[in-house]
Write a protein that binds this ligand. Structure first.
Ligand SMILES: C[S@@+](CC[C@H](N)C(=O)[O-])C[C@H]1O[C@@H](n2cnc3c(N)ncnc32)[C@H](O)[C@@H]1O
Length: 231
């Protein structure tokens, strides 16, 4: 379901670069459904690279999907004429680092379809700092994990508040049931952690404690009266 939802954000006719493709399921499914025109499946590690090669070969799609062993956006060549980049199933900070170190390979017209496993805040910060607007956001729960999908396009300067970077600007507006449940759960966890810090008198760096206090304040403000029922 997670990759199905990612797939839904890849535009029809796209030339897709799926970075960290692993098994290569995403580009293979999109080519088989005739949603995209062609794809690059990039992998930095040998075993998943072999796995992607096998999936592409078994589906007879070698002429549509180039599987490349490369670090991040180094998998992309100008002649690929990439119009969408998916980077999914890694931490948000890792996705940010891939975008940052591969910046020279971004033409600016590519739609970014990102699915971080946590670390959404530093990723959104990078998007804002680099002139990308969040055009769509989604949150889904699968196997007891919350997954966020962030779709961004370069738009010129954009300013998000610290809370918008933390929660997601569009999710904050939409306040879907899945979003509210996620933050209710996280509020309980963070409040418990704060209590444990106080009781155990743990030597935690003050900055870390302050960050946690700030996050709890933001979540309480976000949830308003629904926060009360979670305590
Ligand atoms: C957990 S898998 C996710 C696979 C697939 N994208 C998905 O969402 O199901 C993460 C993959 O990213 C790859 N990866 C991590 N860092 C990478 C990088 N800098 N460049 C290319 N691939 C990378 C890993 O080797 C691994 O196969």
């Amino acid at each position: 379901m997670r990759l199905e939802r990612v797939a839904a954000h890849v535009p029809t006719g796209a030339y897709l670069a799926d970075i960290g493709s692993d098994h290569g399921y995403l580009p293979v499914a999109l080519i088989r459904r005739r949603v995209i025109a062609a794809a690059v499946a990039g992998e930095v590690a040998s075993t998943p690279y072999q796995s992607a090669l096998r999936t592409v070969h078994e589906n007879g799609l070698g002429q549509y999907i180039a599987v490349r062993l490369a670090d991040g956006l180094a998998a992309i060549e100008p002649q690929d004429r990439i119009t969408a980049i998916s980077i999914c199933g890694m931490g948000g900070a890792t996705i940010r680092d891939i975008l940052q170190s591969g910046k020279a390979r971004l033409g600016g017209q590519e739609r970014l379809v990102l699915q971080p496993n946590g670390g959404e805040q530093p990723l959104r910060q990078w998007l804002m700092d680099n002139g990308y607007r969040v055009v769509c956001e989604e949150l889904l729960r699968e196997n007891r994990f919350d997954y966020e999908i962030i779709v961004a396009e370069r738009s010129g300067p954009v300013v998000y508040t610290p809370e918008q970077l933390y929660f997601g600007p569009l999710q904050m507006q939409a306040r879907s049931p899945a979003f509210l449940l996620k933050w209710q759960r996280l509020l309980r966890l963070k409040q418990r952690t704060l209590k444990e810090l106080v009781h155990a008198r743990k030597a935690v760096p003050e900055e870390k404690r302050q960050t946690l206090v700030q996050q709890v304040e933001w979540i309480v403000a976000l949830l308003g009266s629904t926060a009360e029922t979670t305590r």
